[in-house]
Design a protein around this ligand. Structure first.
Ligand code: LER
Ligand code: MN
Length: 255
């Protein structure tokens, strides 16, 4: 199992010193600029041992994936820019949460929004295969998006699309907010490619009341051994990241 944390590139050295295996960066913020920006980022990581295994925040909020404003050609242009860059940095997967981009406006037919999401995912799956990447669909709590809110529905969607480059991200925070029981993990385990963790209040793991013992027991039951990324609201990044690391290392020892 590899342990990582969602952060910005300037925090990567500190994350490396704490002991994490990898960082998870933000696509929209780090990969969508001009080629000089990307070159700088690339060089920054050449000087580090820590790797960039994963990305999140795939699609910026103003590039709508659903609704009447959706511009498929613009989406394809963006995908063709960021996927090769993610791969060049060494990434293996990109998390697809992107609540504002995938939410459809009030009054728009939900069925049409689902069709648009499917069309997007099939296109992205093809490009991900060409770039040897996985795209990991992340259910988000209803407060952050009105489409794909549970692991069960995301799993059913991926089964229907049947694209080998598509998998699931389980974010414990969204799971708890939507009151999905941990037992769901055994139902969706065949497509579970990535995990995000926080604790209650979305603070660092180990700081709150989530039942991590049961959570890790469920991960163990499906033989999950890929990656776990911390994604939480930061008070003091260095202190929180170090405490989360120590806590999760203990939890991982159990599985
Ligand atoms: C993204 O991974 C996510 O979980 C959202 O809640 C954005 O923070
Ligand atoms: Mn997440």
């Amino acid at each position: 199992m590899k342990l990582g944390i969602c952060c910005n590139p300037d925090q990567a050295r500190l994350v490396q010193e704490i002991g994490y295996d990898y960082v998870e960066l933000n696509v929209a913020m780090t990969l969508s600029g001009d080629s000089d920006d990307f070159e700088r980022l690339y060089k920054q990581f050449q000087d580090l041992e820590i790797t960039v295994d994963a990305f999140n925040c795939f699609i910026p909020g103003n590039l709508k994936l659903t609704g009447p404003q959706r511009d498929f050609a613009a989406i394809e242009t963006y995908i063709n820019l960021v996927l090769p860059r993610a791969k060049a940095l060494g990434a293996e997967l990109i998390v697809f949460g992107s609540g504002p981009a995938r939410s459809y406006p009030e009054g728009f037919p939900p069925d049409q929004a689902w069709e648009q999401i499917k069309e997007f995912l099939v296109m992205v799956a093809r490009q991900a295969t060409l770039n040897d990447l996985h795209i990991c669909v992340e259910p988000l709590r209803r407060k952050e998006g009105n489409i794909i809110n549970t692991l069960r529905e995301a799993h059913a969607l991926l089964k229907e699309l049947n694209q080998p480059s598509l998998g699931l991200t389980l974010d414990i925070w969204h799971m708890m907010e939507e009151e999905e029981p941990f037992e769901v993990i055994s139902e969706i385990g065949d497509l579970l490619y990535h995990v995000h963790v926080a604790d209650s209040g979305r603070r660092y793991p180990g700081s709150g009341s989530y039942d991590f013992a049961s959570f890790f027991a469920e991960l163990k039951s499906i033989g999950y051994d890929r990656r776990i990324s911390c994604e939480f609201s930061v008070t003091d990044f260095q202190e929180d990241a170090a405490k989360a690391y120590a806590f999760l290392k203990q939890m991982i020892k159990r599985i």
